[in-house]
Write a new protein. Structure first.
Length: 358
């Protein structure tokens, strides 16, 4: 007969958070790219590859092999392929993607209309407020003035001359997705050498456009930016940089996964446990995430969201103005845990301003 015991009073998750933080750089190089491919030979809907040796080339169209090679070239840890079945439209494919976990999405043979459908879906999944939803990002060559941190607009037109063949811009979005998925959090894509490219059509750098340039014998990234061009108190100017947004998504996923794996359903939702969870994020996880991801000189923290608690209290028909802050923070919120964070992310060096006195 099983012994019936009490639910544990307080979880011990400091080791879990410390492990996540100390392995962050290594784990950030292991991103997953999802490719939406049209293929006449593939017989299944889903495929997963970790090396090109996993791909049975005779069972795929030549273009598909080129795309998979291109996605793997820059170190993406895993390639998830969703093959479009006969008669399927883009919306049905995207519905399937909602149940899968991946970091970057590319659709190399998308039409402009199909691409817009994907852009809209990614924006809806990711969200456009401080609360990040599904941490999926998309690279597009058709999109213009999207103004969203989860959309990267590849700007160079013409033909991309690669060691894997010639690619149109939308096809080459696969390489950009693979590049960012395989890049560690302690560096950015700024000035990164695109080792598969022989040449690319020139493009004048612009805010909100991810572009490449010819630098003598090699092709390099201008700046690793997404399409964000307007900023406010939530989406500050530095969120235009892919490195910063990748850090945001990485931290959000780590905290969510830790909550799910170590917390959900196991511990009472009271003030002490909420404070314990916040303390482990702030004092253990955030501390270890600086200086490569978070600014070590800033007071990075997560705390109980007092404004959210006030809304609960008002909804319960009580007068919140007569309550002390501690009473508000201790107020029971059922199964819901309301937290808020304040952090500053770091970027790599990009622009130099040098004044010399003579």
């Amino acid at each position: 007969m099983a012994i019936v015991g009490q639910i544990n009073a307080s979880p011990s998750i400091s080791i879990a958070f410390k492990t996540l933080a100390t392995t962050a750089i290594q784990r950030s190089e292991r991103g997953t790219v999802c490719l939406i491919l049209q293929d006449t030979k593939a017989t299944q809907k889903w495929y997963t590859f970790k090396t090109i040796a996993d791909v049975e080339t005779e069972k795929w169209d030549k273009d598909s092999i080129k795309y998979i090679n291109l996605a793997m070239h820059y170190g993406a840890f895993k390639i998830l392929v969703r093959v479009i079945q006969s008669g399927e439209d883009t919306s049905k494919v995207l519905k399937d993607l909602e149940m899968r976990k991946f970091n970057w999405l590319a659709y190399p043979k998308a039409s402009e209309t199909e691409d817009q459908t994907v852009v809209n879906w990614v924006k809806q999944q990711f969200g456009n407020t401080g609360a990040i939803g599904k941490t999926v990002k998309y690279v597009s060559s058709f999109a213009d003035k999207t103004d969203h941190v989860a959309i990267v607009e590849l700007a160079n037109g013409g033909t991309y001359k690669s060691i894997y063949g010639d690619f149109a811009a939308q096809e080459y979005t696969v390489a950009i997705a693979g590049l960012i998925a395989g890049m560690p959090l302690n560096r950015s894509a700024d000035n990164y050498t695109m080792s598969d490219l022989k040449s690319v059509e020139d493009y004048e750098p612009k805010l909100g456009k991810f572009s490449l340039y010819n630098d003598e014998e090699v092709v390099k990234v201008n700046y690793g930016v997404n399409s964000k061009t307007t900023f406010d108190s939530t989406w500050k100017k530095d969120t235009r940089k892919i490195k910063v947004v990748e850090g945001m998504c990485f931290i959000v996923d780590d905290i969510r996964d830790t909550f799910k794996n170590y917390w959900l359903g196991k511990y009472i939702n009271d003030y002490d446990n909420k404070m314990n969870f916040c303390s482990n994020i702030t004092k253990v996880y955030f501390k270890e995430m600086s200086p490569n991801v978070l600014n070590g000189d800033y007071d990075n923290k997560v705390e109980i969201d007092i404004e959210a608690h006030k809304k609960v209290i008002i909804a319960d028909g009580l007068e919140v103005n007569s309550m002390m802050d501690l009473e508000i923070l201790q107020y029971p919120t059922g199964e819901d845990v309301y937290l808020t964070g304040d952090v500053r992310f770091v970027d790599t060096m990009a622009s130099l301003s040098l004044t010399m006195a003579m």
